[in-house]
Design a binder for this molecule. Structure first.
Ligand code: AMP
Length: 285
């Protein structure tokens, strides 16, 4: 496995691989690898000849009071895990290589980025689309693999790919979960033991709404009440939002007739950890 920090070097190598007709799969990550990331790598391995994993804690997608500085960076362990999964190239640039001091270009998707996570984290998605477009231009992948865990990110990136005619296929992998249902996340390591015991309720609430939908409930307000009632049992986290939205526009749905995304973000009381989760009804992203 090659570990490279220089964007030009990765670009050169990937250009040659494309000339050799290799199908390149890209898995963008911020490191602190877990089973979720490994599922994406596995998908890339299954569908592509060459797998590139980027590891970059992208400063542009963190707000001022967010966890950029405390974000875990176990780089050697990450490389070991990537290697065990058969990853071919780890691209791990330093921030100065991605954003030199004269950097002044950003890519922004409108509308989809002002709701849900975008409303709570202004500027976050511009950071995401800018870094992902840069990664696409450096690696020139045929396919890029993302997790359903970050559902809004998936929809924003799909929009960018469509709007800018980017020659890349997005491949979406289902959310990987702990045995008790908690969506696996690098940020779970921040949780205190008592928070960790309580946060499986987040997914349990979503499942309860899905069960109600399966039984025929189609009104969003009923399903949202169902989730909020479940979350009222929690003393160590509070929901920032619980929303049911259309998967194209991300606008709230009153009734569910087509594909719908139920998305939530919750914040814990002790470690101030933000956890997001979602479920898709009637289809996929
Ligand atoms: P991150 O390192 O958190 O930026 O995540 C990198 C990629 O892994 C993104 O496409 C995430 O959606 C995906 N991912 C993170 N957690 C999970 C999970 N539990 N299941 C599936 N994909 C995930």
């Amino acid at each position: 496995m090659n570990i490279i920090d220089n964007p030009q070097e990765v670009q050169k190598l990937c250009t040659q691989l494309r000339r050799d007709r290799k199908k390149i799969g890209l898995v963008p990550t911020m490191g602190a690898l877990h089973e979720g990331h490994l599922a994406l790598l596995k998908r890339a391995k299954e569908t592509c000849d060459i797998t590139v994993m980027s590891i970059f804690v992208n400063p542009k997608q963190f707000g001022k009071n967010e966890d950029l500085n405390r974000y875990p960076r176990p780089f050697e362990k990450d490389c070991q895990l990537a290697k065990e999964q058969g990853c071919d190239i780890v691209f791990a640039p330093i921030p100065e290589f991605m954003y030199p001091s004269n950097f002044m270009t950003h890519v922004a998707v409108d509308k989809l980025t002002s709701v849900l996570e975008g409303a709570q984290r202004p500027g976050h998605f511009t950071g995401v689309t800018t870094i992902v477009l840069k990664l696409f231009n450096i690696v020139m992948p045929d396919s890029a693999v993302f997790g359903q865990k970050d559902a809004q990110q998936v929809l924003v990136l799909k929009r960018m790919v469509m709007d800018l005619n980017l020659p890349v296929q997005l491949d979406i992998v289902p959310t990987q979960r702990e045995k008790d249902g908690l969506a696996i996340s690098s940020r779970n390591s921040y949780l205190t033991p008592s928070e960790r015991a309580e946060v499986p309720l987040i997914y349990a609430g979503l499942i309860k709404a899905r069960d109600a939908w399966k039984k025929g409930d189609r009104k969003s307000s009923t399903l949202i009440d169902c989730i909020r009632t479940k979350y009222n049992n929690a003393s160590l986290f509070t929901p920032e939002y619980v929303s049911i939205v259309d998967t194209n526009s991300l606008l709230p749905l009153e009734t569910i007739s087509d594909t719908a995304l139920i998305a939530t973000a919750c914040k814990t009381a002790e470690s101030q950890t933000r956890l997001i989760d979602n479920i898709v009804l009637n289809g996929s992203l």
